[in-house]
Ligand binder design. Structure first.
Ligand code: HMG
Length: 441
């Protein structure tokens, strides 16, 4: 058995690679070549990337694409998307084009507040804890003044501080629940620093408070919540059934009815809702990643919101209202346009430029649009042609690469499969036939 490595983090990058090759890759020079081929030749840029994470040995690229023609609240927007999955950017672009002449996307920011908690354990009387909070609240808030100063100047900072009694759910469990406005920053570091300060002040005030008959409250941990239902954006599209026009041989009304049915199925059936929402996250994550935001935080928060009434459901809703088709969603999205990776990664900075240096609110709107558009495109395919035709058409180029077709063969096979859903076996057979034909000529 291999022995564990000690002090790996202290090794240089090349020592880490040597260790990897000797320990796991049988000294493979091909593996070394793969690792180094992905290094950027621009040394300061490579060093910047190495610094984003730890124990880095190389870079892992994602395609960075553009989905143009989004009409959002009357403004034409091009959305940058970083994603490895084929057909997502095409689908977003197709949805943008569909809604361009049908009124575009309408958005509304419903709130921008985030929260964090100091989680406490206190086994004494509830009345003592309440009296202590009344005694300490002003000092707790005051202790945040210097941390909050610059956020406050921009209209943000702590907005509310409450004591929450959770002892019915877990013995001895209380929270200091703090609500924050973080302006254009996602605010994770600001919130966590504020919470740790609150925890420190709480300990100090608890030592001064004379009203505890038994133990003092104990701080378990202090951390922001990635569940942000009060930081939410609404997005919608609507048009008359006539404006939908004919879709793959069915009338606008028939298409809309089937579409609404599909959304309703995801509203009651978690097996479908998870896939439905995954399709939405194709769009949301791609924008979140392109703009250097935290997609794990967004994913966790969005899926929790999808289960807010105790059952996991579709994040989108659709209906026919008289003669109109309406399709909408609300997403909790804590995003930043300043600070963190947004201001460090050259491609995130580029994304901000493409989006016209947006505020966090504007980025929430754009990201929500990408989510709704993605769901529209996926359902459009699902209730008409099925998903595979369009998806595999986009994936064809990867499949041709995998079966080892050369440029000439790729061009011919793309033509041959223009109107067919490609499969590996079908492509391999066609490639073999092409090669036999080439040998015979
Ligand atoms: P199409 O009608 O064959 O495309 O759709 P087209 O060639 O007629 O082009 C129409 C427009 O689509 C283009 O306009 C582009 O906007 C866009 P133009 O630029 O020509 O003016 N478009 C492209 N954009 C960039 N690169 C391309 C490209 N091709 C078309 N190569 C399409 C083809 C794939 C767009 C369509 O079939 C579609 O939207 N499919 C849905 C694909 C999808 O949802 N993919 C996500 C991955 S599947 C998944 O993970 C989620 C899922 O499980 C979720 C769920 O179940 O709900 C499906």
């Amino acid at each position: 058995m291999n022995t564990p490595v000690s002090g790996f983090s202290k090794l240089s990058k090349s020592q880490k690679i040597d260790w990897l090759l000797s320990r796991h890759l049988n000294e493979s020079e091909t593996a070394r070549e793969v690792i180094t081929r992905y290094w950027n030749q621009d040394v300061p840029l490579q060093e910047l990337h190495d610094g984003f994470s730890e124990n880095t040995i190389t870079n892992y690229y994602l395609p960075y694409g553009l989905a143009p023609n989004f009409l959002i609240d009357g403004e034409l927007v091009t959305i940058p998307m970083a994603i490895e999955e084929s057909s997502v950017v095409a689908a977003a672009s197709k949805a943008a084009k569909f809604w361009l002449n049908r009124g575009g996307f309408k958005t509304e920011v419903l709130g921008t507040l985030k929260s964090g908690q100091v989680h406490l354990n206190f086994e004494g009387l509830n009345s003592e804890m309440e009296a202590f909070f009344a005694f300490a609240k002003a000092s707790l808030l005051q202790s945040l003044e210097s941390i909050n100063a610059s956020m406050k100047k921009r209209g943000g900072g702590i907005q509310d501080l409450r004591l929450v009694d959770k002892t019915k759910d877990l013995k001895g469990y209380y929270q200091l629940h703090a609500t924050f406005e973080t302006n254009d920053a996602m605010g994770a570091n600001f919130i966590n620093t504020s919470l740790e300060q609150l925890a420190m002040t709480l300990r100090l005030k608890a030592s001064e408070f004379k009203g505890f008959s038994t133990d003092r409250p104990e701080v378990v941990m202090s951390i922001l919540s990635n569940y942000v239902p009060e930081c939410r954006v609404k997005v919608s599209v609507s048009c008359s059934l006539d404006e939908i026009g004919e879709v793959n041989g069915v009338t606008g009304r028939e298409f809309a009815e089937k579409f609404v049915r599909a959304v309703n199925i995801a509203g009651i059936e978690p097996l479908r809702a998870v896939t439905h929402n995954k399709g939405i996250m194709n769009g949301i994550d791609a924008v979140v990643i392109a703009t250097g935001n935290d997609f794990r935080a967004v994913e966790a928060g969005v899926h929790a919101y999808a289960a807010r009434d105790g059952k996991y459901r579709s994040l989108t809703n659709a209906r026919i209202e008289e003669h109109n088709f309406v399709f909408e969603a609300e997403f909790p999205l804590a995003l930043g346009t300043v600070g963190g990776l947004t201001s460090l990664h050259p491609l995130s900075k580029l994304a901000m430029q493409i989006l016209g240096q947006p505020s966090a609110e504007k980025l929430m709107r754009v990201t929500a649009v990408a989510g709704l558009a993605q769901n529209f495109a996926a359902l459009h395919s699902l209730v008409t042609t099925g998903i595979q035709a369009g998806h595999m058409k986009m994936h064809l180029v990867n499949m041709l690469e995998q079966i080892g077709a050369n440029d000439e063969e790729k061009a011919q096979l793309k033509k041959d499969f223009e109107d067919k859903t490609p499969s590996f076996s079908g492509l391999k057979e066609s490639l073999a036939q092409l090669r036999i034909a080439a040998d015979q000529s």
